[in-house]
Ligand binder design. Structure first.
Ligand code: SF4
Length: 320
């Protein structure tokens, strides 16, 4: 029987430090510009009007998620290849799901028993996306390795996250859904953790994404997108966005200014225009890039295969 995880005793712990970084100086949080969210929405609708006009009648809403943006902005054909792939659960995906469930349990209940058993129990009562079946069919040694990994990540969560006071109003797995253009486009996301009361004239919400894998460049774009969605949904931007890495307990925290929101807006416009173009039946562009070697469409993609061949002459590429 594995031991339960306990909170750290009182005193200046990693949890206090993390909370201080998330909270910042409450007095310096920016005042909310009441016209900001409406202005951003108008800007988006205006920029996307041509792409929406090209959608055939009866086309379902074009869903714009962080994964869709990450993929389509790398290569349109890559996005389509990923979508056509049957979903296959990997060890990394299973670990991510199990760690997410433990994070949710820890910040909402402040308790964790046997991390592996708690995570698998939570899987059994949650939405089945294939991870439970994957875990159950693992060979005993592979299952033991995954359990050991999950326990290490759980230990980082317990070490770094303090009890959140009720005034923080912690919400886990919060859905953000922003319809645009009369519902023909839907910007969508699920935030791992949102804390802070709704704004009363001053930005007061902080959004946290949890990652069990290593740092990737696109993680910043993901939280910037959520900052934009939260602004459009609630009328007030979050004051901070953060990414917490359960592998080492590090957290990247960033204030949300206009630069962050405008950067996310331009990214949404660029990606959504491409998604609409393909939803209207256009042939996807192929953009060879350093990730071609991991693309599910590589076998049928001449420029992608050429890219991989060329990169073998210039040295190995490590997936970021
Ligand atoms: S192999 Fe490269 S160029 Fe071809 S579809 Fe995939 S990402 Fe695009």
């Amino acid at each position: 029987m594995r031991s339960s995880l306990a909170r750290h005793p009182a005193g200046r712990s990693r949890g206090d430090t993390l909370l201080a970084r998330l909270r910042g100086d409450a007095g310096s949080r920016p005042a909310v510009d009441p016209g900001l969210a409406g202005g951003l929405r108008d800007w988006l609708e205006d920029e996307l009007s041509e792409a929406v006009a090209g959608l055939p009648d009866g086309t379902g809403p074009v869903r714009v998620t962080k994964d869709a943006l990450d993929q389509v902005l790398v290569c349109e054909a890559h996005f389509l290849s990923e979508r056509r792939q049957p979903r296959q659960v990997t060890t990394e995906m299973a670990r991510g799901t199990l760690v997410d469930l433990l994070f949710r349990q820890w910040v909402t209940t402040g308790a964790m028993g046997d991390a592996w058993e708690d995570a698998v129990c939570a899987l059994r009562v949650g939405r089945d996306d294939g991870v439970l079946g994957f875990v159950e069919q693992l060979a005993p040694d592979a299952r033991a390795r995954l359990a050991a990994e999950v326990e290490e990540h759980a230990a980082r969560i317990a070490e770094c996250w303090p009890i959140l006071a009720p005034s923080w109003m912690a919400r886990t797995q919060e859905r953000l859904d922003v319809p645009l253009a009369g519902g023909r486009i839907r910007l969508a996301g699920v935030v791992d953790l949102a804390i802070g009361a709704p704004s009363a004239g001053q930005a007061s919400v902080c959004i946290v994404e949890v990652k069990s894998g290593r740092r990737r460049l696109e993680h910043r774009g993901d939280v910037h997108l959520y900052a934009l969605l939260e602004t459009l949904r609630s009328g007030a931007p979050p004051f901070r966005v953060a990414t917490f890495y359960t592998a080492d307990g590090e957290i990247d925290v960033e204030p949300v200014g206009r630069d962050v929101l405008l950067g996310a807006l331009h990214r949404v416009v660029a990606g959504t225009t491409k998604l609409c173009r393909m939803a209207a039946g256009a042939e996807p562009d192929r953009t060879p890039n350093p990730l071609c070697g991991w693309c599910p469409g590589l076998a049928d993609c001449v420029p992608g295969r050429r890219q991989v061949e060329d990169s073998t002459h210039t040295g190995p590429v490590t997936r970021p």
